[in-house]
Write a protein that binds this ligand. Structure first.
Ligand SMILES: C[S@@+](CC[C@H](N)C(=O)[O-])C[C@H]1O[C@@H](n2cnc3c(N)ncnc32)[C@H](O)[C@@H]1O
Length: 418
């Protein structure tokens, strides 16, 4: 069914705001939809997809929009819409616009200059080429610029993966097990999960398979004392709590009260009672110091550029700069050092990010090890074998969408000497 001509003006209006990059694109979109309650759900979906498509392909589409007629914002919106639903589904186009769109959407992008082909900002493109070379950078960018599937994690306290797969299939949800995580399920489309009893009962949670693997690397066991130092809304906390079979003590720390408060309803659904959310002022808070040397496992899922999650948050690549990465970098060093104090002798410290930049990943770990002689790196291959994760790695785990079909993630496991 063809979309009404108003779809173009709505897309233009919200795109103008999104491209100011004053806030995250998803927040700008939900603000726009709240202000326009009459826009139907199908149209909302299309507008969001058009905006995301434009953000993913911004360099190429900005270049394409230099031809054609009408305002630049209309041309950009048309490109986003054509990307989302195809030219024929957009209502109210002039013949000239249709012809133009058909022509530019057929351009062979493999012949474009690298900056347009990869749709990355120059600073990021330069960094990736210096690290991975041109060919691999193109593959990395292609993986990051594709939309992500929807992954679920089964809550082992409530269901087995087989039972959850059967219940989803029964509800006509197209799904399959994920290849690496023992509790992961990948959905072919994005159904409204909130209405499924499986979701309401806490048997499933939305979580990228890569994020599930990071939680698994912590190796949290029954009866242990564990700290999720940067818990946020608790994606990994929930996985850790379930791995501990709802025993022991799991502290969920974060400096952002609002983010941590989003963990509460998820905890209620999950059936976990071993989790203790704690708002801290900073990584050297007295509440942190009280646990010094007492904790079996500490996860530092550090605040980072999020450049590994461009499949879901394509605006991140346009919102970050080298300077913003430098600022995050300073935090990462401080948080890792602060969190390390909690680890007891023989205990483990896991440093993880959803970034693909070395400076946020191995460089932070290397600097930490050079100033903390009481910690050693546990080779990632040993940890993967321990956890029966069918992946090969060297010292660290590096996940990429084009290689693993997960978001981009990094993890290192450190152990405090006895
Ligand atoms: C990558 S996010 C965490 C995502 C979360 N672990 C999950 O799996 O959903 C990083 C978190 O670190 C928090 N943070 C920032 N500075 C911090 C600090 N000094 N101490 C603890 N947490 C901090 C942020 O508020 C943010 O929620």
């Amino acid at each position: 069914m063809r979309l009404p001509p108003a779809i173009v003006t709505w897309t233009e209006e919200v795109l103008r705001e999104v491209l100011r990059f004053t806030g995250p694109a998803d927040v700008t979109l939900s603000y726009f939809f709240r202000a326009h309650p009459k826009i139907g759900s199908r149209e909302r979906g299309v507008i969001a997809e058009a905006v995301y498509g434009l953000l993913r392909n911004r360099s190429a589409y900005t270049n394409f929009s230099e031809s054609g007629s009408g305002s630049a914002m209309r041309r950009l919106s048309l490109l986003g819409l054509a990307d989302a639903v195809g030219v024929d589904s957009i209502g109210g186009l002039s013949e000239e616009e249709k012809q133009w769109l058909m022509r530019v959407m057929q351009i062979d992008r493999s012949n474009l200059p690298l900056l347009l082909r990869t749709n990355l900002p120059q600073w990021l493109l330069d960094k990736l080429i210096a690290r991975y070379g041109e060919e691999e950078t193109i593959r990395i960018a292609e993986g990051l610029n594709r939309p992500a599937p929807l992954d679920l994690r089964v809550n082992a306290l409530k269901s087995s993966r087989e039972e959850a797969l059967a219940a989803l299939t029964e509800a006509s949800v197209d799904c399959q097990p994920t290849p690496y995580g023992p509790l992961g399920i990948r959905l072919a489309r994005k159904p409204a999960l909130q209405n499924l009893s499986l979701f309401k009962d806490g048997a499933i949670e939305v979580q990228d398979e890569g994020s599930q693997l990071l939680a698994q690397l912590v190796g949290a066991k029954r009866g242990e004392m564990v700290v999720d130092f940067c818990a946020g809304a608790g994606g990994k906390t929930l996985a850790l709590g379930a791995a501990m079979r709802n025993t022991g003590r799991l502290y969920a720390f974060d400096v952002a009260e609002k983010r941590l408060s989003k963990l509460k309803p998820r905890l209620a659904r999950s059936g976990l009672s071993n989790v203790h959310p704690v708002v801290i002022a900073h990584e050297n808070d007295i509440k942190v110091k009280r646990l010094a040397g007492k904790v079996d496992r500490v996860l530092v899922d550090a605040p980072c550029s999020g450049l590994g999650t461009l499949r879901r948050n394509p605006d991140m690549k346009w919102r970050h700069t080298q300077q913003s990465v430098n600022e995050l970098n300073a935090k990462q060093h401080g948080i890792l050092a602060g969190a390390a104090r909690l680890v007891k002798p023989g205990g483990r410290l896991v440093y993880a990010t959803c970034s693909i930049l070395d400076e946020e990943n191995e460089a932070v770990v290397a600097q930490f090890l050079s100033t903390h002689e009481d910690f050693v790196l546990v080779p990632m291959n040993d940890v993967l074998a321990e956890q029966k994760i069918p992946l090969q790695a060297g010292e660290y785990l590096r996940l990429f969408p084009h290689l693993h079909q997960t978001d981009g993630f990094f993890a290192a496991v450190l152990e405090r000497k006895k």
